[in-house]
Every structure is written in C-alpha cells, then in structure tokens.
Design a protein around this ligand. Sequence first.
Ligand SMILES: [Zn+2]
Length: 282
Amino acid sequence: MECLSNCLVCGSKKIIKKKSLIDYSLTKETFTLYQCLSCAVVFTNPRPKKDKIKKYYDLKKYDSYSKKNDFFGFVYGFIQKLNNSYKTNLLKKYKTGSLLDYGSGSGSFVNYTQKKGYTSFGYEPINKLKHNFIYKNKIIIKKQKYDWVTLWHVLEHTHNPKSTLKGIGGLLNKDGLIAVAIPNIASYDNIYYKKYWAGYDVPRHLFHFNTTSFKKLATFANLKIINKKPLWFDPIYVSMLSEKYKKNKFSFLSGFFRGFISNLYAIKTGQHSSIIYILRKC
Ligand SMILES: [Zn+2]
C-alpha cells in the first residue's frame, strides 16, 4: 500500500480523513477516504500501488470486463449501448476525425465510433485485448496525435489524474478536444446511499470529484472546461448496484426508482450522478 501525505491535484499538505468504505463489489476490504482542504478533491488513502492494483480488478467479475451473464451484466450492456450512441452524438457536435479511447476496456466505444466514421484507437493497460486497434503499450499510442481523446469512467482509476491529463493534452492535434466522464460525489444518489454508493468503488476509484474539484484539476492540468453534460442512465445503474450492496432483494426496482429521483434532483441542481466534461487546452 502507498500512503499519500499531500494532495496530488494541488500539492497541499492540508488533508483530512473523511470516512471508511468497504469494497462491496470484490474483496470486502475496508478503505479510507481523505479530502484536501485546499482543492476539495477526495482520494482513497492509503491505496494499492500501481503494480499491485491488478488484484482488485477481477477479470471475470469487474463490470467493464467481458460480458456478464447475470442480470446486472445485462443492464450494464444495455446501458453501454445507449451511452455509446449518446456520447458519439455529443462528440460529433464538435468534430469527427481521429479518436483515442483512453482506458478502452472491452473496446465497445472504439468499435462503435469506427462504425460512425471516426478513425478510432484504444489504450487499455489492464483488460485482455481482443481488438486490433487497441494497444497496451503507451509508446504505440504516442506515435500520433488525435482530434479526440476520451476517458469514460477512467480518470478516477488513475494514480495521478493531473499528470494523466497533462500527458493527454500532449496527444491532441491543434484544436483537439478531451471528453472525461466521472462520477459526481455531490449527486443525490451519493448523498442518499452514503457508504453504500457504488460510485465510490474503492479501491479501483482512487479519486472522487465534484464539479468544483474537477474544475481545479482541469486548471492545474492546463485545460479549460468548455461544456458539461449529464449521463442520464448512470444514476440508475449506480443506484441498482448500491441497493445490491445494501442487500435489498428488490434492488432492480428500488434502484430504478432512486436513479430516476436522482435525475429529477439533478435537473434542478446540476448535480448529476455522472458528468461528461468537454475540455480543450488553455
Ligand atoms: Zn488539493
């Protein structure tokens, strides 16, 4: 385990212990969250070292890996299809061209965008590769520049989101854009489910943002947020999983209802369960 004594986003040493959480989805181990008093980012601390984190990604069990045959796998697959279409339509409003899906998982988004006219590639350091255009080696993806780099629920898994974003900034073509989707800890479903909130997903999620701390991260990475969009289906899936962690027998119905309420709440407050940020270089 690695113990952080300062914030990796702003560098401040003023960090405080916030709460303890259980890894409900896999190991049942307990992890602690800290918050930076300067930039408000929340992070998992202590955390598994980069070369030891793989054991927390059960290749059969973890959600973004291989198609699951159970009910949650079915819901995940269905939402993934809807989200691919929604995300691609959003990207197309800005530009088409070359695209790198950073942390591409099973390659679903790379596949989808290739069919929609993008020249798409993927970078995937953990998952088994089943796709010709997805690479495990960073040297290969650095050989060219991209019009888009997308990180769909990936940045919260990285050990240093600031250096990751800075590195990605260097992979962009002139006027290239970045799309980042991350859970929002100020969402209604987080406030409702508290320690059971599936959006925490410790220790796989190492950083936990709200809109304020994400804006600070973007600034420190020399990026500017030019748009924000919600992911409407995420609160439903996250709420269903959270209900499952609470051992609710009716996790599907209760989760669906709670996710719906989360979306209603977010229409008023802007605090969506997951947010897509569109960024450009400063
Ligand atoms: Zn900080």
